[in-house]
Design a protein around this ligand. Structure first.
Ligand code: NAD
Length: 539
């Protein structure tokens, strides 16, 4: 099925890659295509929410809304499906992920189109999403069995007490995801949950339901039973709250403010959660950095997905020795970026996703300028390029009284700070409450890794912006401090969805006096045994 048509009456169906095609004209997704996706929602409320595309501000879809009762129903269905799924051999669950890998690559054009329609992001940034989902599917498709294997541990009586530690799925995992990477973040955490034997009830962001629903369709085609992956739609507080009320574990990605609400709800129910939250990420350019490499990295670090990326950089600290050269190259590269609201390849940056985002970005820049910051490039909204367009913006002279000094802008705005002393730069980079991602540029990679250890961030990239850690799937990823709790990726990313269960099997002797031995004699024997075990070096 083609995804696009011209509702204005032109019989020609315009394909997504038609060079004549201007997405700011009145083209829309085909109603049948949207209906096929929304059909899998559990949504009986009878109301719909309109979604408009940030590419052209035209209506994109009407999404049926779920009620709290629908969320309960979705959990019921998921819970029933999970029982059989947990008994499905791990090899079969892994095979489904490897099929998902292929499906995502086969259908990436359609996936990327949908992501662009919903978010407005440049095509090359939309491409990152199926890429990361495929990487994640392949990673857990190959490693889950190893991570989840039952492990043997030493028993209390060597040779006579056998201990097995099993990994038991939690049950039904609630996944609440944001709009900025709507396909990627709707899938990657859930993939790890289902391979561990759980079911999922997902509540994607209201703006980006279709990308998440396409993900659910691909999962089903890959062999994940339809009932095992439920999707609900609706306002965060109401429907997100209902997810927390029913889940056995919650995986949340979004703002720190909402993360606190989720954590409180989970605490009340004594269930676990992982929280992937905001950041105010620092990039350090050390005195021996390759300035050209650092400037190239800084552009990607600051302006990928128009800065609406949890791991993107909003603060750049540059050593005195290279400051002028770095700034000149960074500004020149930023000014050379191609801006545009089209579905075609070739744009370096697209619009922001919404008026709310544009308002925040505009307010941060206006506040900084009013208080004395200098705009080295950018600084303006660009309604001529799209409804929510804001130029990539570099600021200098930002001080603590300005909103963009410590608050997450979540837009294409970055501040430059000069430093003389590396220890001071590390202290300033560690300022504030966040601790998600950092980047260090230096030609002395060993020294850069030492600097990395002092940064209070869950991931640090040396001579790269964020992609090196983000795509190294065996390495855990997540935030320190107010940037989050728990980790995605790696063993940690799948083990969070399991409980440990220790099974000890005892043979020959029992615990307590035997063969007519008195309690006192038994106590003496045990004491002697303790001393012997210590001498033998037992843990
Ligand atoms: P948000 O917290 O407003 O919304 C995220 C999700 O939570 C949405 O699905 C929303 O509907 C839901 N939600 C909102 N209120 C809720 C409530 N009271 N109870 C339950 N669910 C609720 O965040 P956002 O503005 O959509 O996303 C941007 C933020 O996400 C930024 O701060 C960004 O840094 C962060 N983020 C973090 C990561 C990461 O991996 N650390 C990744 C992407 C985005």
């Amino acid at each position: 099925m083609s995804a696009h048509s011209n509702p204005a009456g032109d019989p020609a169906v315009v394909g997504p890659h038609d060079p004549e095609h201007d997405p700011r004209a009145s083209y829309a997704l085909e109603p049948e295509y949207v209906a096929a996706l929304t059909d899998r929602l559990v949504a009986t409320g009878g109301t719909t929410a309109e979604v408009r595309s940030p590419l052209n501000d035209a209506p994109l879809a009407h999404i049926p809304q779920s009620t709290p009762g629908d969320v309960a129903e979705a959990f019921g269905r998921a819970r029933r499906a999970q029982v059989a799924w947990a008994r499905t051999p791990i090899e079969e669950r892994q095979r489904a992920l490897l099929r998902l890998h292929d499906l995502v690559l086969d259908r990436q054009d359609e996936i990327i189109d949908l992501i662009q329609w919903e978010t407005g992001k440049a095509r090359k940034h939309a491409f990152d999403e199926p890429l990361h989902v495929a990487l994640t599917a392949r990673y857990y498709g190959r490693t889950a069995k190893r991570h989840l294997a039952t492990s043997r541990r030493p028993g209390v009586v060597p040779g006579l007490t056998r201990v097995d530690v099993n990994r038991v799925p939690k049950g039904v995992v609630g996944i609440i995801s944001p709009w900025n990477y709507p396909f990627d973040l709707a899938l990657i955490d859930g993939i790890a949950a289902v391979v561990a034997g759980n079911a999922v009830v997902a509540k994607p962001d209201a703006q980006t339901m279709l990308s998440a629903l396409l993900g659910a369709e691909l999962l089903e085609q890959a062999g994940i039973p339809r009932e095992l992956w439920q999707v609900v739609a609706g306002p965060g507080a109401e429907i997100g709250g209902a997810i927390v009320a029913h889940a056995d574990y919650v995986c949340f990605t979004g703002s720190t403010a909402t993360g606190r609400v989720i954590a409180r709800g989970c605490a009340d129910r004594l269930i676990g959660c992982s929280l992937e939250l905001g950041g105010k990420n620092p990039l350090l350019v050390l005195r021996d950095a390759d300035v050209e490499k650092a400037a190239e990295g800084a552009v990607r670090a600051s302006f990928s997905n128009s800065g609406q990326l949890c791991v993107s950089m909003e603060r750049i600290f540059v050593a005195d020795q290279v400051y002028d050269r770095f700034v000149a190259r960074f500004v020149a590269r930023t000014q050379a970026m191609t801006l545009g609201s089209t579905l075609e390849w070739g744009n370096d940056m697209g619009p922001l996703i919404s008026q709310a985002q544009l308002d925040t970005v505009t307010a941060h820049v206006e506040d900084a300028v009013a208080k004395g910051a200098r705009v080295l490039t950018g600084g303006n909204a660009r309604p001529d390029l799209g409804p929510y367009f804001f130029e990539p913006t570099i600021l200098e002279g930002v001080s603590p009284d300005m909103a963009c000094f410590g608050k997450e802008t979540f837009g294409p705005v970055v501040s430059l700070y000069r430093f003389h002393d590396e220890a001071d730069a590390v202290d300033r980079a560690n300022g504030g409450e966040y601790g998600l991602n950092a980047s260090v540029y230096s030609e002395d990679r060993a020294r850069a890794r030492i600097v990395a250890r002092y940064l209070k961030c869950g991931t640090v990239n040396v001579n790269e912006a964020f992609a090196a850690t983000f795509a190294s799937l065996d390495a855990p990823m997540g935030g320190m401090r107010e940037s989050g709790m728990g980790r995605r990726q790696g063993a940690e990313g799948v083990l969070r969805y399991t409980e440990t269960q220790s099974v000890a099997t005892q043979r020959l002797i029992r615990f307590g006096p035997q063969f007519g031995m008195s309690d006192e004699a038994y106590a003496k024997l045990m004491n002697a045994n303790l001393r012997l075990m210590k001498k033998l070096g037992r843990a």
